[in-house]
Every structure is written in C-alpha cells, then in structure tokens.
Write a protein that binds this ligand. Structure first.
Ligand code: C2O
Ligand code: CU
Length: 472
C-alpha cells in the first residue's frame, strides 16, 4: 500500500507539476549535494525568453583541452568544451541554433535521431556545407521526446574524433520521475605518449577496416569521474555513445541496469539486465539503484565485447565510479509495469528492401559499401511519402556494424531466426556479424535524401553509407 501510494504520488506530481529534466524528482529523497558535479555538462545559454523556444549560439572552434591535468592538447569543440553544451528542451519546442564555423575546414551539424525537416539534417545532399568563417541557422521543431545528440557530418571520423559532439535531450513533461537524472556521454580518444590526440589516419587502411579506438575512456570529457549517490535511491542515466568505433559493454558488480528507454524515448516496459551494451551512436535510458555500505565506491566497468576480429579483446577498464554516502538506505517504490504504449507499425503490405552491408578489396584497399557500392557510387533506395517498408539489413561480414538511419525512427523487428526485439523507437541498432536484421519504418511527409550508414565512423568514411530518396 505504502509503495503504491508513494509511486502514485511520484507519477501524479510529475504529470501535474511537470517535473523531469533537471528539476528534482519529486518523491525521491535528494541525492548528496553536488552528486553530479564531477560530470556536469555546460548548458547552452537560452537567448530566447519564450519558454517554447530554445535559441542558442554554437561555435565550432579549436581549443585546448586537458585530457590529463596540466597537459593541454589541441582539440575541436563546440563552444570550447568536450562535449559541447547540453541542449535541453521539451517535446514540441522549437530549436534555433545560430551556428558559426571557426574551424580550418568545412563542417555541418547533424541532429542525430531527430526527425528534422529536409534541409536541416547536416548532410551535403540536404544543406550547404558551412565553410570556415561561415554561418548557418538551424531552426526546427523537436517533435519527439528522446535522447539525441549532435555532431558534424563532414569527415565525421576526424571531426567527431577531435571532440565535436554534444547531447540534445528532449523531455516529455508527462513522463514520471523515476530517478535523479544525469546525462553521460561516453567517448574514447587516442592519445600519443605526449598526451596529444593521435592523427586521425594513424593505423592506415587497417585502422579504417577495424575502426579506430582510443586508449583513454571518457565520460562527459572526464577520465574516471565519480558520481555521488544515496544508497537505494535510483539514478536515471541518459547514456550516449559518441565514440567513433568503440562498443561500450558496461557492468557494475552486484548491480543491474533497468533499461527504461533508448534512442527514441521510453520502452513499453522496463528491462533488467546485468550488462548493458551501447554501440556507437546509440543511446540508453537506464535506472541504476546503487546499494552498499556507506563510503563504498561502485565501479562502472567497460568490458571487452568482440565486435569482430577480436579488436576489443583486451582487459576490462574502469569507466567511472559511484560513491555512496552514509545515509540510511532508501526503499524505492516498485517501477510501473507499463511505461508507455507504443503503436506497432503495421507491416502488412509493406515493401521489402534489402540493405546489405558489404566490404571488398579494390586495388589493395578495403572499400566498404551498401549493396556492393561505396557511397558516391551508391544506388538510391527509394520510397514514397506515407510508405511503410521493412528493411532487411544483411550483414555477411565478419564484424558487427551499428546501423543508423537519418531522419526517421524505426522499430527493430529482430534478427531473422531469433526472438523478436522489444518494441521501441530506434535510429541506431547493432547488426551482428553474419545476421540479417529486420526493421520497420514509416516515412512521413518529409521528402528528401536521407542517409543511412554504419556508425563506426571510419566505416562510414570508407563507403558504408547509402541514401534513401523519399519522394512526394
Ligand atoms: Cu550520428 Cu549520419 O550520424
Ligand atoms: Cu561498420
């Protein structure tokens, strides 16, 4: 009784008072003061007094960044920080970004996962490149809640790898407050012995083929930071994998992850697991309830995950810590059994598209592609506004590839011959080696040329990228 009433209080208060975002989660005891200070992201300054508009300045520029204290390294940033400023809005808000490029080369911003209008997607098929010294106005409505992020879409492996990425959280004020929320953007960087960023092409063709990984893990630009926690009080971690190639398989000894959502908002029901896998470009929304004696520190560990050729076969590494304070353990109310109802896409009569992820050696150089064609020579896939299609993504290669579709959220149906996947909205999904994944997608009224690609950014750059032509 007590539990149910408490939960109801949380849910009702959340709905009527519009908590969510970084407001305190009502009904939950507070966390220790400064609990997330070690990973705090700079918030972009909102230049607009209208509560329905988030209007910000973003500048891509060089900066010095201390991966290790006292050793400044030259990086590329949005507004001088890694990650760039956190953009936080509510579903239905309008986002206006006055973007200035002060990099030595052209760039764009891609709003990963957002259903942007054509012309705002950051790909050269849909918007002009922003030259050095140039500007661009991004201006669109955020139609769905979810955990999104932004990054360049020119020479993505080099530009993202040097530090250009940031989070974009779109909150639904009607969502219940299930835990104290923090955004955690994961990345790895390759530092040389002097603590400088290694050149993007280090490792040559093989580096491209395997997908380069870094040797230093970061959470919100910090190495092994610490969150503070109160025993028993759930924390809601909004995780983003912004790394070029690295798969993050996470584990906390004696704890579980309760995944409540992902790329495109909440799941229908929570899913509990001992490990959590986040592939490049992907996001997870998880509840973690730290438990343990006062003063204990939990370690969130990165575990090796063989994504092919044993490139990740190395020892586990510490990613960050959660330090428990001395308050008596709180007993959290049970989670709601149902978080949301997601209408299932009706695939009867859907057209079937085959999308094969391919690789070949041309004149001694590895070329990756879609259906045998590298980007640039690719054939367009086609669809008409209003169509529902089922894409069969065929991975015959010896490595996993994280597949990302621009502009539209899809529902993963599952790997052919295996159990269906949970119903959810996704835009980035791991396609295991030697498997065929089916996804369902409905194309709404935004005709244009929409990219899809492997989010291992080296693979994207050597051709594993294609284009969907959506016709009116
Ligand atoms: Cu985050 Cu085209 O990708
Ligand atoms: Cu790939």
């Amino acid at each position: 009784m007590v539990r149910a009433a408490c939960l109801l209080l949380v849910a009702v208060a959340a709905t009527t008072l519009g908590c969510g975002g970084d407001e305190p989660a009502l009904g939950l005891p507070p966390e220790p003061a400064g609990w997330d200070a070690d990973v705090a992201l700079p918030l972009a300054e909102d230049l607009n007094g209208d509560p329905g508009i988030l209007e910000v300045n973003l500048e891509a520029r060089l900066a010095n960044f201390e991966f290790s204290p006292g050793v400044p390294a030259e990086v590329w940033t949005y507004n001088g920080s890694i990650p760039g400023p956190l953009l936080r809005a509510r579903v239905g808000d309008r986002l206006i970004v006055h973007f200035t490029n002060n990099l030595p080369e052209s760039t764009t911003i891609h709003w990963h996962g957002v259903k942007v209008p054509p012309g705002m997607d950051g790909t050269l098929e849909m918007q002009p490149e922003v030259e050095p010294g140039g500007t661009f106005e991004y201006d669109f409505v955020l139609p769905e809640a979810g955990a999104f992020w932004y990054h360049p879409h020119i020479r993505s492996n080099a530009q993202v790898g040097r530090g250009l990425y940031g989070g974009l959280m779109v909150d639904d004020p009607a969502e219940p407050a299930l835990g104290h929320e923090v955004v955690l953007i994961l990345d790895d960087v390759l530092l040389d012995k002097d603590g400088m960023l290694a050149p993007q092409d280090s490792g040559g063709d093989l580096g491209d083929f395997f997908g380069r990984e870094g040797n230093v893990l970061m959470v919100n630009g910090r190495v092994e930071p610490t969150l503070l926690a109160r025993p028993g009080v759930p924390q809601r971690w909004r995780l983003v994998n912004a790394a070029n190639s690295r798969y993050f398989l996470l584990r906390i000894e004696g704890h579980t992850f309760v995944r409540i959502g992902g790329d495109g908002g909440l799941l229908e029901a929570p899913i509990e697991s001992g490990e959590l896998l986040l592939v490049p470009g992907e996001r997870a929304d998880v509840l973690v309830t730290p438990q343990g004696p006062a003063g204990a520190a939990l370690t969130v560990r990165w575990l090796p995950f063989d994504r092919g050729y044993c490139t990740d076969c190395r020892d586990p590494e510490d990613l960050f810590r959660v330090a428990l304070d001395a308050s008596p353990p709180w007993e959290a109310p049970a989670l709601p059994a149902s978080l949301r109802v997601i209408p299932r896409i009706d695939t009867s009569g859907a057209m079937d598209q085959r999308v094969e992820l391919t690789e070949q050696v041309v004149d001694g150089v590895v070329v990756m592609g879609i259906n045998g064609q590298p980007f640039g020579e690719h054939a367009h896939l086609e669809a008409y506004v209003g169509d529902t299609q089922v894409w069969r993504i065929v991975n015959t290669t010896d490595a996993h590839h994280p597949f990302h579709l621009h502009g539209f959220e899809f529902q993963p149906l599952g790997i052919v011959g295996q159990a269906p996947l949970p119903l959810e909205w996704k835009d980035t999904l791991n396609i295991p080696s030697k498997s065929t994944m089916r996804i369902a997608v409905t194309f709404d009224n935004r005709p244009g040329e929409w990219m899809f690609h492997c989010h291992i950014l080296d693979h994207q750059e050597i051709g594993m990228m294609g284009m969907l032509k959506l016709m009116p």
